[in-house]
Design a protein around this ligand. Structure first.
Ligand code: NAI
Length: 247
């Protein structure tokens, strides 16, 4: 119970990686607000069935007012905000020479600007109370990846944004870190199982030194550590959770 009575927001937590993170934080004793653009009653039920405390708030992270309301709801309901996990993200892959401006902008709006809104709102609140943890989910693709120009740009932006937030807030008792998951089994990646009779999935797994895709809880474990007291001197870091895939 490393996070007993801490209050956390996890965006994009209706399913996948965000849900894995929310479940782990709840297991460690945190009260978790699951924020998602789509309803996710089952996610809240799953956590409550396991004895955890969770509630749901509908928010599109690309909408600043939604994110402001999300933080306000959390503080009004639970009295504080200790941990902000900006996880919501999408991909719209395509080679740059064929990429539509719409697909470029959508990924930037959700993955980068959404993370900015979440980081900014959390900072406003955490700076007042001189403590807090911000954990932003980027991707190994921030280093550049074929067919992911929009996603790589957004995820690289998340790294720069978070390192800046860390430097600006270190003396306010706030840590800000980035996690880069490698290849994790979620709806975002499982669609590869349908490409070329599973060959696309198999080829991704071959690129992972450990030989298999990660699970949402692998990322959840790192988030819980970074949110805990044990990580109080760790800030402005980029931590890979990728089975050796990201070097
Ligand atoms: P997913 O597609 O399975 O789940 C994403 C969740 O975010 C969904 O519940 C969706 O409704 C929600 N969402 C989408 N747009 C939103 C918005 N505008 N506002 C609020 N919620 C929104 O994706 P997955 O795999 O769980 O990804 C989560 C994060 O992890 C993303 O930022 C992704 O880029 C990152 N990531 C995932 C990897 C993987 O292998 N699955 C690898 C590296 C990074």
């Amino acid at each position: 119970m490393r996070l007993k009575d801490k209050v956390a927001i996890v965006t994009g937590a209706g399913r996948g990686l965000g849900l894995g993170i929310a479940e782990k934080l709840a297991k460690e004793g945190a009260k978790v607000v699951i924020a998602d653009v789509s309803p996710a009653a089952d996610a809240v039920e799953k956590i409550q069935k396991n004895g955890g405390c969770a509630s749901f708030f509908v928010a599109n992270v690309a909408n600043q007012e939604d994110v402001q309301n999300l933080v306000k709801y959390t503080v009004d309901t639970y009295g504080t905000l200790d941990i902000m996990v900006n996880n919501a993200g999408i991909n719209r892959d395509g080679m740059l020479h064929k990429m539509s401006v719409e697909n470029w902008q959508m990924v930037i709006d959700i993955d980068l600007t959404g993370t900015f809104y979440g980081t900014q709102e959390a900072l406003k609140y955490m700076r007042e109370k001189n403590e807090g943890r911000i954990i932003n989910i980027s991707s190994g693709s921030w280093l550049g990846n074929l067919g992911q120009g929009n996603y790589a740009a957004a995820k690289a932006g998340v790294v720069g944004l978070t390192k800046t937030a860390a430097r600006e807030s270190a003396r306010k008792g706030i840590t800000c870190n980035v996690i880069c998951p490698g290849f994790i089994e979620t709806d975002m990646t499982l669609k590869l199982k349908e490409v070329n009779d599973g060959a696309a999935w198999a080829s991704m797994e071959q690129r992972i030194p450990m030989g298999y895709a990660g699970k949402p809880e692998d990322v959840g474990n790192m988030v819980a550590f970074l949110a805990s007291d044990e990580a109080s001197y760790i800030t402005a870091e980029v931590v890979n959770v990728g089975g050796g895939m990201i070097v």
